[in-house]
Design a binder for this molecule. Structure first.
Ligand code: MLT
Length: 410
């Protein structure tokens, strides 16, 4: 009989969001009249920007004409998209990133997992706690951890707690770690990092030969001009960081699929024989072998984000969700809850009231208010006692959800 990858048996029963969906579906089945409002998964609700739609319609027409038809594209993405990203997202902020260092993909979630293909199995890996579960689960799948303990932590991972006590900013570890996952603006806490904080991480990584996986999927939500959008705004980061970005949350591409990963050419890793190897070459090799690129049509849609019209439209989209976050913060505070995040981020992180566990609060909100959020404990042991509310929804739904919560909690 064929054997399986036993590491999968170490995983918690289900990935967090399908597990929430399962519980909500059971509730809806038992209460078919309930008007459930979903502020759980961070999935966008507003339509694609017109600039992107128009560009994709034009691209479909290109595919219908022999002269402009496209077959396989470059696995790394079309040069016209990579160049626009390099100039607009990086060079305009003083980051020395070249188009050749940008790899277009179908999602940051996929890339965050796939990147492990090119790293060794003996790295010491650090994650914050709470954390986006993909970072942990993909390491479990790859066999980089031991079993899960009673607290819900996997042996072998270094957990860096982020709670209200440390303002949701992880302390630099005292021990040596090889790979570090950082996400700013943070999913799930909505915390942001200053340049000084990121500089401390970059200094640590350079001193220890570590590599930072920097997830910047929510950078578009930063409105504070003093906060960095990219790790490459930090001196020395090109020598120690890979950055993941996405069109999902700024341009509403969660169902359209387009993202990018930046692998600088001067990033170096060590082979078993001690020789130094360019990480870029390995990722390029990996992508050329296992990936055939994002569709031409979708890449044209992503390119339109950088047009004048596209820029104005995504600004409006982001401002819309940020306004939702402000409403959520304000109303939950009025309800007497302690709220964090949601200022330069689309997630509001709430302390559960009266010592309720995260899942108890989930059930209470679902049953009493028919509102779905995400239990903090689903993001890690230190998320217990917290709850995440996503600002990705229509204004009507956000207002209605807050009215219901206020009526039960005030
Ligand atoms: C979330 O709710 O945390 C998001 O959906 C994460 C993601 O984009 O995968």
């Amino acid at each position: 009989m064929a054997t399986i990858n036993d590491n999968y048996l170490k995983l918690k029963a289900g990935y967090l969001f399908p597990e929430i969906a399962r519980r909500v579906n059971a509730f809806v089945e038992a209460n078919p009249e309930a008007q459930v409002i979903r502020l759980g998964i961070g999935d966008v609700t507003e339509p694609l920007p017109a600039a992107c739609r128009e560009a994709m319609i034009k691209a479909v027409e290109d595919m219908g004409d022999r002269d402009s038809f496209k077959g396989y594209g470059p696995e790394q993405g079309y040069a016209w998209l990579r160049e626009k990203i390099a100039v607009h997202d990086f060079q305009s902020r003083g980051c020395d990133i070249d188009a050749s260092e940008i790899f277009i993909s179908d999602g940051s979630k996929c890339d965050c997992g796939n990147i492990l293909d090119i790293f060794g199995n003996d790295n010491v890996i650090a994650v914050t706690d709470p954390v986006y579960p993909v970072y942990v689960d993909t390491n479990v799948m790859a066999g980089h951890t031991g079993d899960i303990n009673d607290k819900g932590e996997y042996d072998g991972l270094v957990y860096l707690p982020v709670t209200a006590e440390n303002n949701f900013i992880a302390e630099i570890p005292s021990q040596k770690v090889d790979l570090i996952y950082l996400c700013f603006p943070n999913n799930p806490t909505g915390a942001t990092a200053t340049k000084e904080h990121l500089q401390a991480w970059v200094d640590y990584a350079r001193a220890n030969g570590s590599i930072i996986f920097f997830d910047a999927a929510y950078e578009a939500f930063i409105t504070d001009p003093n906060l960095p959008h990219s790790i490459y705004e930090i001196e020395g980061a090109k020598e120690c960081a890979i950055e993941f970005r996405s069109f999902s949350k700024n341009a509403g591409f969660t169902g359209t699929r387009c993202a990018l990963t930046v692998v600088p050419k001067n990033l170096i890793g060590k082979a078993k024989d001690g020789s130094q190897v360019e990480i870029w070459k390995l990722w390029n090799r990996r992508q050329s072998t296992k990936f055939n690129g994002v569709s031409y049509i979708v890449q044209r849609g992503a390119e339109a984000v950088y047009s004048e019209q596209g820029q104005a439209q995504i600004k409006e989209l982001v401002a819309f969700y940020l306004e939702n976050a402000t409403i959520i913060r304000t109303k939950l505070s009025e309800a007497g809850l302690d709220v964090y995040g949601g200022v330069n981020a689309p997630y509001v992180w709430v302390k559960t009231p009266s010592g309720l566990t995260s899942w108890d609060f989930f059930d209470k909100l679902l049953h009493a208010c028919n509102v779905v959020g995400t239990p903090g404990s689903g993001f890690g042991a230190a998320g217990e006692g917290y709850f995440r509310i996503s600002a990705f929804n229509s204004r009507d739904n956000v207002n209605e959800a807050m009215t219901r919560i206020l009526s039960k909690f005030k």
